[in-house]
Write a protein that binds this ligand. Structure first.
Ligand SMILES: [Zn+2]
Length: 456
């Protein structure tokens, strides 16, 4: 029925990445988030496909936050003919710009390297999108404040609410066809050293809730765990490599490393951030003080502490320099990016430590290393793993099961429908069971591309 309210899941359905939800009502269409798939190859291949509808007919796009798996498909949407408005908060727009440029650059560099060494199956290897294609997105951004209702078209009105996952992150309340739809985005922590606790929705007719850690509880003392790992790693006189998304735990990690050094709890190893973007994000923090907890003097001190590597040549030099050090480099799941150059040098060394700090998706090198693989494939070759591979839990930017349940606990009545999204089957199923057990809520775990009618 044309006049019914419908939703279709073009990503983050039975998986974590690729968030894209199409809401349709009475011929009007709105896209919530526009993310890239990461991880499993069968998912990544979907990034190369066009969306199966005329994207120029969209009323607009609304972004929950600036992470790649929520914004990374935008250049392709524009390439396919989208010319409308992309709504987001001001910090989200700044972060999205950095992320899109970085994503384009990584793809250009990877394609260039594959062509140089001839290891791509495609010849020539092409980037998914170029820097120019990423830049074509920017004129379409429109910033909106928190808590204010914004009218997109006759069919859709929405507002952003603070949810503390990264700087600028929100959940989205959308009114359409007389229904209140709530899209959780990625839900942050109740206690985070950098961000305030997430707000909670007071009501929802239709709820979309993320489930990245739907089946897990975060340990409460990541700082202690981090200092122990760093001390052990340093005692082997080796280098510590931390695959990290420039905008996920990079800033939190910079903060902790600075703090632990101040307190004398870890040795005074030099810390490098191999991505100008990681530092740029801290500079965005200094522009948006009401969004976070860091004092200006703390920000300045952290910025002084971290050495930034920006040119590829510097990466090669730093990788070849065997002095013990801590290197933060993207990407966070080691699916690509500069961290692979450090892996080439250090994976084979017994004295080196690879430290994972964020979520490691299915099919990623980060996950394989944590699961104890002794050999990984990178850039067309196999590499032996002798380094210690370990993880600090609890540094996550995502709510754990308890926090997700708390977040959903402020609703004034039972939602008509609940969709559990943005989780691998295990996390999604665990959250589904918990929502039933605690609140007697029934929920649906949608499949990729599935469509649901939301009104009779
Ligand atoms: Zn996120």
């Amino acid at each position: 029925m044309k006049n019914n309210l419908k939703v279709q899941f073009f990503g983050a359905a039975s998986t974590v990445t690729g968030s894209k939800y199409l809401v349709e009502y009475s011929g009007n269409k709105l896209l919530i988030d526009c993310g890239l798939f990461q991880g499993l190859k069968e998912l990544r291949l979907l990034n190369w496909q066009s969306l199966p509808f005329d994207v120029s007919s969209l009323d607009g796009v609304v972004l929950s936050h600036g992470h790649l798996d929520h914004v990374g498909y935008l250049p392709l949407l524009v390439k396919q003919g989208f010319k409308g408005t992309i709504f987001a908060t001001e910090p989200t727009i700044e972060i999205a710009r950095l992320i899109l440029l970085d994503s384009a650059k990584i793809q250009e560099e990877d394609a260039e390297r594959a062509n140089r060494f001839g290891y791509s199956k495609h010849s020539p290897a092409k980037p998914l999108y170029t820097t120019a294609e990423a830049e074509a997105v920017f004129p379409l951004f429109q910033s909106e404040p928190l808590d204010k209702w914004i009218r997109v078209s006759d069919a859709f009105t929405f507002r952003f609410r603070y949810n503390g996952h990264i700087l600028g992150a929100t959940f989205i309340e959308l009114k359409a066809a007389g229904k209140l739809m709530v899209f959780s985005g990625d839900i942050g922590r109740q206690e985070d050293p950098l961000l305030f606790p997430t707000h909670r929705p007071e009501s929802a007719d239709i709820l979309f809730i993320e489930s990245t850690y739907g089946g897990r509880l975060h340990p409460s003392n990541p700082e202690v765990q981090l200092s122990t790992i760093i001390r052990e790693a340093a005692s082997k006189h080796g280098t510590i490599i931390v695959p990290v998304f420039a905008v996920e735990r990079a800033q939190l990690l910079m903060f902790y490393l600075w703090k632990l050094k101040q307190e004398g709890l870890i040795p005074d190893l030099p810390v490098y951030m191999d991505s100008p973007m990681g530092k740029s994000v801290l500079q965005i923090f200094s522009k948006y003080h009401p969004w976070h907890k860091l004092a200006p003097r703390e920000l300045k001190a952290i910025l002084r502490e971290i050495k930034v590597v920006s040119k590829q040549q510097e990466t090669l030099q730093l990788a070849a320099n065997e002095t013990p050090k801590i290197i933060l480099a993207a990407s966070g799941m080691a699916t690509g990016g500069r961290v692979l150059t450090y892996f080439e040098h250090y994976l084979g060394q017994k004295s080196a430590t690879i430290l994972m700090v964020g979520y490691q998706g299915e099919g990623t090198r980060g996950r394989a290393l944590l699961e104890g693989t002794r050999e990984i494939k990178m850039r067309g070759k196999y590499w032996t793993v002798n380094a210690t591979c370990t993880q600090v839990e609890g540094l996550s930017a995502h709510a754990d099961q308890n926090e997700l349940i708390q977040w959903a606990g402020g609703l004034d009545k039972k939602p008509e429908k609940i969709f559990i999204v943005h989780g691998e089957p295990e996390g999604a199923l665990a959250l589904k069971d918990k929502l039933k057990e605690v609140y007697d809520y029934d929920s649906i775990i949608p499949e990729l591309n599935s469509v649901y009618e939301l009104t009779e």
